[in-house]
Design a protein around this ligand. Structure first.
Ligand code: PEP
Length: 264
């Protein structure tokens, strides 16, 4: 953690929690955060169909002045504006539900849905056109790490995925370094492995966009983050928060990760 960058903790619910479970989670989570102030940003990315419920609950909580501001993220968006793209959701549709962030390039989108760096790049640009803030995910497989390709894989994902994005776009972008072998496996990168990868990612951003942008951009770690390992990971100088899957499905563990990870 670096005091000049506000840490960002984002819950990626994946295909979990419809509207009623979203309501249960948010009520419980807000009861824990009530009256507390955090020096970090909190984001929840529910499935698309739960966005209206989440927006509604957070709006009501905010007007009741009993909630820490929580931002809403989508888990994906279309690279197209509108039209014959069955099953897709456009950036403007997301804006209607007060979505501010969008997760792009998640390893599950890359591996299961065949999203290439070029597709992810098109989505990044479309997100920025609508002033959405991308949470741009990158990370290597175990085979890539073990064959010494960690840096070349990350470099390609960064240069292709961020192609043609401006300095201004980068100011609104968060990077999530998520080693594929640590996602949903219970295996976490050691803090040294995570720090080394984050420092490398920041150095590539410095090459592409300069030291100022690299010093400002937030790089989250993702991959089996839990209440018990959050503090050690977040103590690393180049780690600026976490993208959390499994452990963010329970209000208590998401809350504990935030508390443990954002303690100064
Ligand atoms: C993720 O899917 O982005 C993730 C980090 O999942 P988990 O925390 O379950 O490893």
């Amino acid at each position: 953690m670096n005091i000049n960058r506000k840490p960002i903790f984002a819950a990626n619910w994946k295909m979990n929690k419809g509207a009623s479970e979203t309501e249960d989670f948010v009520k419980s989570f807000l009861s824990k955060t009530q009256g507390q102030s955090f020096s970090c940003e909190i984001v929840i990315a529910p499935p698309f169909v739960s966005l209206p419920k989440l927006a509604d609950l957070l709006h009501t909580a905010a007007t009741g002045k009993n909630a820490h501001a929580i931002q809403i993220a989508a888990q994906n968006c279309s690279q197209f504006d509108s039209g014959a793209y069955t099953g897709e959701i456009s950036v403007l549709m997301l804006r209607e539900f007060f979505v501010h962030y969008v997760i792009l390039g998640h390893s599950e989108r890359r591996a299961i849905y065949g999203e290439t760096d070029a597709i992810i790049n098109a989505k990044m640009k479309k997100a920025r056109e609508a002033n959405l803030k991308p949470i741009f995910c990158i990370g290597e497989t175990l085979a890539e790490r073990e064959s010494g390709k960690l840096e070349s894989v990350l470099r390609t994902q960064i240069t292709e995925g961020l192609k043609d994005l401006t300095d201004k776009d980068m100011a609104e972008t968060v990077i999530a370094y998520e080693p594929v072998w640590a996602i949903g496996t219970g295996v976490t990168a050691t803090s040294q492995q995570a720090q080394d990868a984050h420092a490398f990612v920041r150095s590539v951003i410095a090459e592409l966009y300069g030291a100022d942008t690299a010093g400002r951009i937030r790089i989250q770690y993702g991959g089996s983050v839990k209440p018990g390992n959050a503090a050690e990971l977040m103590a690393c100088p180049d780690i600026d928060g976490a993208l959390i899957g499994g452990a963010a499905l329970e209000p208590q563990s998401f809350f504990e990760i935030i508390v443990n990870g954002s303690a100064e």
